[in-house]
Write a protein that binds this ligand. Structure first.
Ligand code: NAP
Length: 469
């Protein structure tokens, strides 16, 4: 998403010597990697689109993953992005030597670049659970982001580990295909009963005939998301109370069995973990052949999962919907900045970046959706578009010859991080749950302010925040 965007915007700004490195054989990022049943985006499709490539043809409010993948492939094709992409070759290192970035790839290719933009995504590296005996399982087992489509589910006993957005989508989609479903839940989740109605052919035709109406609709959705985004960074807000109430009513009204209802009742505030949007999870998990297992997993055995109560849950297929290493970013690429300082060194004890974009000592290296940015509660496309606009303004200083090297000032970053840590304490993410939003200190590694503030920050770089050489 962010790489395609970068090429389009760089070319619009007159840059022609642009190379994109893509380790896979197709564009699409997370939408290429995730192919699990039930995959969709919980940001409405009309908002989860580039502002300059609104699409009248979305078929649902939250369109399915393959449709989103096709959208990115179509935009990349139509906007002439593909000739810029070197497919099937992973970047192994970027080294800043003599004022330029030296980029090396797995195949041994060596390029030089004035500027590097890392558009490597956030939730990309699967996190495999540390569960004893996984390799002893005789059935099929795979991570949700590495779905094995050669494995049939029909009539088989399925186990799903995890209760994040991914697991909930999988369970809702496959429950009627399997003979038995065991959902291994370590932590219960709040579920917002967000409906996902189809968009009628008439409505799609109307959008196509009147692009202005699409823009208006996108703006309405964006305003709505601002409300949610502001709620999660203010634990005392009325909006957060409303979200909690809606989730609570969903649980009370739609889960009939009191024992199951208590199993599914979270003990922390709604939206502390990424809020689950699902109109049908509670229906799915109440099927007679579905079961929520809350006894902790002790180990995996040849025939299934053994829980701490001694029970063996016999399975044919085990899906690990256990999330991602959210602090990986560009790693394991080797990134070496000025004076031989490595990214590993700069990011010890944890990833930092000024406004999520620039790292001190790593000149002319900019990130899209980098550390501590607005992930989790916004459309990442809108975030990346604002970031690209900001980065282009920095690069313009290089093009005009005003300077040769730009990177965030170390002191400014330190102050920014201090301020961010204080603001983070007012967010819902620190109200008593564990999630991938939290860093090693238990502080949210995300933007803790409103989206309005983010837009203001992205409007123009503050020259005092940068070192220009
Ligand atoms: P996740 O939210 O990190 O959830 C991982 C789940 O695995 C959690 O329930 C976790 O339990 C469980 N888990 C991890 N290790 C375990 C272990 N050793 N034993 C038992 N359970 C274990 O991952 P995700 O569901 O893939 O979602 C990641 C993010 O991707 C979401 O937050 C969202 O931002 C994005 N996403 C979005 C959509 C969408 O519709 N837009 C869909 C899918 C994903 P605990 O809760 O106890 O840690």
């Amino acid at each position: 998403m962010a790489g395609i965007l970068s090429v389009i915007k760089l070319r619009e700004a007159g840059y022609t010597d642009v190379a994109v490195y893509e380790k896979s054989d197709r564009v699409g990022g997370t939408w290429r990697e995730n192919t699990y049943p039930g995959l969709s985006c919980d940001v409405p499709s009309h908002l989860y689109s580039y502002s300059f490539a609104l699409a009248p043809q979305w078929t649902r409010r939250f369109s399915p993953g393959p449709e989103i993948q096709s959208y990115f492939e179509r935009v990349a094709d139509e906007r002439g992005v593909l000739p810029h992409v070197r497919f099937g070759d992973a970047v192994t290192s970027c080294r800043f030597i003599g004022g330029r970035w030296h980029v090396t790839t797995q195949s041994g290719r060596h390029d030089e670049a004035d500027v590097v933009i890392a558009a490597t995504g956030v939730l990309h590296r699967p996190r495999y659970p540390d569960i004893e005996g996984l390799e002893e399982f005789r059935g099929a087992s795979f991570h949700s982001a590495r779905w094995d489509h050669s494995v049939a589910l029909e009539g088989r006993r399925l186990g799903v580990v995890g209760t994040g957005s991914t697991a909930i989508q999988i369970v809702s989609a496959v429950v009627d295909r399997v003979s038995h479903l065991s959902l291994f839940q370590r932590t219960a989740q709040w579920v917002m009963p967000a409906e996902n109605p189809p968009i009628s052919a008439e409505q799609r035709a109307a959008y196509a005939a009147d692009p202005e109406s699409l823009r208006t609709h996108r703006q309405e959705l964006s305003d709505l998301f601002d409300v949610f985004a502001n709620a999660v960074v203010d634990v005392r807000s009325n909006e957060l109370a409303w979200i909690e109430q809606a989730c609570l009513e969903n649980l009370e009204e739609n889960v009939k069995d009191p024992v199951l209802r208590e199993k599914l009742r979270p003990t922390y505030r709604a939206a502390c973990k990424r809020l689950i949007m699902s109109p049908n999870f509670y229906d799915a998990i109440q099927r007679p052949h579905a079961e929520v297992v809350t006894d902790p997993i002790e180990r995996v055995e040849a025939d299934g999962v053994r829980t701490a109560d001694g029970r063996l849950h016999e399975l044919d297929v085990l899906v690990l919907a256990t999330g991602f290493r959210a602090d990986a970013f560009m790693r394991p690429m080797e990134i070496v900045g000025r004076d031989g300082v490595t990214l590993e060194e700069a990011w010890t004890p944890r990833p930092v970046a000024y406004l999520s974009i620039s790292i001190p000592g790593f000149p002319n290296f900019f990130m899209l959706n980098g550390p501590n940015g607005p992930v989790g509660n916004f459309s990442l496309i809108e975030v990346a578009e604002l970031q690209v606009g900001y980065i282009l303004q920095l690069i313009e200083r290089l093009r005009s010859g005003a300077c040769e090297e730009i990177s965030a000032d170390r002191e400014v970053l330190a102050r920014f991080e201090e301020e961010r840590a204080v603001a983070a304490r007012n967010t819902v993410w620190v109200t008593g749950c564990k999630s991938w939003y939290l860093d090693d200190r238990g502080l949210p590694a995300v933007w803790p302010w409103s989206f309005v503030r983010f837009r203001e920050e992205m409007a123009a770089p503050d020259p005092a925040a940068y070192q220009f050489v």
